[in-house]
Structure formats: C-alpha cells, structure tokens
Design a protein around this ligand. Sequence first.
Ligand SMILES: [Zn+2]
Length: 174
Amino acid sequence: MLKILTAPHPLLRQKAQPVEHITDDIRLILDKMIDLMYQTDGIGLAANQVGILKRMVVIDIGADCPYKDLYPLKMINPSLEAISDNTIIYEEGCLSVPGEREKVKRSEMVSVSYTTPEGELKKIEVSGLLAVCIQHEIDHLNGVLFVDRLSKLKQELTWKHYEKQHKKTKGAPL
Ligand SMILES: [Zn+2]
C-alpha cells in the first residue's frame, strides 16, 4: 500500500534518481500512484511523495485540454526541454503540505520530454494548468516544494501556519 508522505518528511527533500529500466514493478508503482492520486483528489503525484526516489510522476488535471487522450499521464524521467518567459500565477496546493494553498508564479508554457510505461519517448508542449502541474511535480523530483517558490516572508508564514495546524491534529486518531 502506498502512502503519501507529508512535510517535513526528509524523502520529500531528496533528489529522485532516473529510472534506468522500465520493469513491471515500475509500471505497477505508476498504476498504484494513479489510484492514490484519484483517492486523494489530487491532480498530480510524484514518486518522492510516496517515498520512492525514482523520477516518475502521474498527472490528471481532469480539464478539457489537447492532451486529454494521454490522461492519466504517466511520465517516466520527465525533463523540461524549454520554458516560456511568460509567467502564470496559480494558487497551488500539495498533498504533501496539506491545508496550505498559495499563489505561485511559474512559466506559462513548457516543453517536456518523458518516457511512457511502454518505453516510448514523447515530447509535448503544454500551457496553463497542465504546465503548472508538470513544473510542480518535476520540482518534487528535485526535492523542491511549492512553498520554496514563495517569497521568504510567505515561506515563513506558510510553514508557521502549517506547523500550527499540524500540532493541532497531533495525537488525533489516524
Ligand atoms: Zn505537490
């Protein structure tokens, strides 16, 4: 059973390693990540978040977009090939930082390459929420959380608020 790790779990701060061989185990993990993402109403999940330091993410933003036929996206070794100078501000949340949402500025468009579970190399250009989500998930693979993208002051306030919420639920039945 996979479980979502929450901050300040140290694995969320580590860099995931490239997947060298796509095995049945890798495909099984991706499927389990998708199940977990749907169960938790997330739109994306990176392997670090379930304690697996491999460069894999799953995404399904649900909205109508040109890549809907690829959903749920299963990306192995995703890599940003190009990012736009144009930016977009979107209020982000994260399954690993439950309860916190903040506006984050990211590139509006990205070109990303990745390998599918079938071993096919793909490159797609996306914009809007899907581009935001891909950048958020690739950040996870590099040990970066969305809170790190905020101003120093906002970071402090967000973590303070998070700790307070966290303490409140400490000792509560899980
Ligand atoms: Zn996240």
